[in-house]
Design a protein around this ligand. Sequence first.
Ligand SMILES: Cc1cc2nc3c(=O)[nH]c(=O)nc-3n(C[C@H](O)[C@H](O)[C@H](O)COP(=O)(O)OP(=O)(O)OC[C@H]3O[C@@H](n4cnc5c(N)ncnc54)[C@H](O)[C@@H]3O)c2cc1C
Length: 410
Amino acid sequence: MKRILVIGAGFAGLWSALSAARKLDELNRTEEAEVVIVNPAPFHSVRVRNYEQPLDPTLVQLDTVLGPAGVKLIQAKATQIDSATRRVAIEREGTAESLDYDRLILAAGSVLVRPPIPGLDCHSFDVDTYAGACKLQAHLLTLPALPDTPGRYTAVVVGAGLTGIELAAELPARLREIVADADRGKVRVVLADRSATIAQSMGGAQPVIEGALKTLDVEVRAGVTLESLDEASVTLSDGAASERIEAATVVWCGGMHANALASQLPVTLDPLGRVPVDTFLRAEGVPSVFAAGDCARILIDGTRPSVMSCQHGRPMGRYAGNNAVCDLFGLEMLPLSIDWYTTICDLGPWGAVYTEGWDRKLVTQGETAKATKRTINGERIYPPKSGTREDILRAASPVVQTPPPTERAG
Ligand SMILES: Cc1cc2nc3c(=O)[nH]c(=O)nc-3n(C[C@H](O)[C@H](O)[C@H](O)COP(=O)(O)OP(=O)(O)OC[C@H]3O[C@@H](n4cnc5c(N)ncnc54)[C@H](O)[C@@H]3O)c2cc1C
């Protein structure tokens, strides 16, 4: 029995495994190869929703999807990849084991970058992982019981990429729900970033985002860096002067870096720590290894590097899984190329913005864009809810979806 081993059950890993299972089924070769996925948790975390609450309903229990597809789940953490001997070391319930593979798909995702800023490790929260987002929410729920200090209901979000913007837009309403009626006026949310303007990379949507944040009472601080933080405050600096803001809650949203497992392959990583892959998702120069999602870098339209996103991670997974099976049996692989790019940024109770193209041309905003975001976050990125083998395998076909539909003006 040959083995296709997938590391990670996020967007890229889940769809890699399902796509490999689909191809084996199509070829009628399920008796010749097994698909095994290694993931620390028994669930698929829909990471893009970590700025929301409650999160438990967003999780997908892996056995409900992998079971019908015939994929074997090993609940463990991969610790070492030896591409010379085709072996992956794993840690399962504290015990070291190893797994051989015939084809490997590395899909271990990314982690939040944590620069050595004083106090960052001990006093900041994040929404990078399900666990991190749960910890933040648990902390917010304790605020009413804390002593009545000036910063008790102040939250400072540092880093105004999409994650920071989406969280900052949610927080005023979320905090107002938690605090007592008499204290609602004390809720303060600040979004800080080192760029000269907030949401600088958002093209035509930039002024819309800035306006929405204002409507939501989110204060913005642009052109500042995080100097330090402690239990009760955060200090921001614009290079000339520092501002200390009393805040019981600081959330760090400072960007992502590929999982360290990527550095174990004999390749030159890109600046984000990603494995360069060819158009078939093969790790360049490493036989029998594929990579997908945030830990891989493909030229997604033949020219531009893929973006760390579920938008790219899911199709990368579908093609990697398909191609790993094809490669194993000497069949023709499929090249991945996506000629469209969209960004849909949630703006909490205000709505959302939807842009098209790499220059982010504004297409829709407000409730119209929010309806699209709800469809993406609630349906498009989930495996079929029917749970049947047929539906799951069909959804894993190596095809590129069309852009998410949105209602256009005129
Ligand atoms: C709050 C937030 C909002 C976002 N919003 C958007 C958005 O609107 N649109 C968008 O396209 N993208 C968005 N992103 C980015 C998106 O979530 C990631 O790009 C995407 O999750 C990458 O998918 P992935 O499968 O590569 O990695 P992940 O989803 O991170 O999955 C990696 C998996 O690998 C597992 N793993 C890690 N290490 C190991 C190991 N050693 N052994 C075994 N398994 C391991 C992890 O537990 C996880 O299950 C957002 C991210 C965040 C945090």
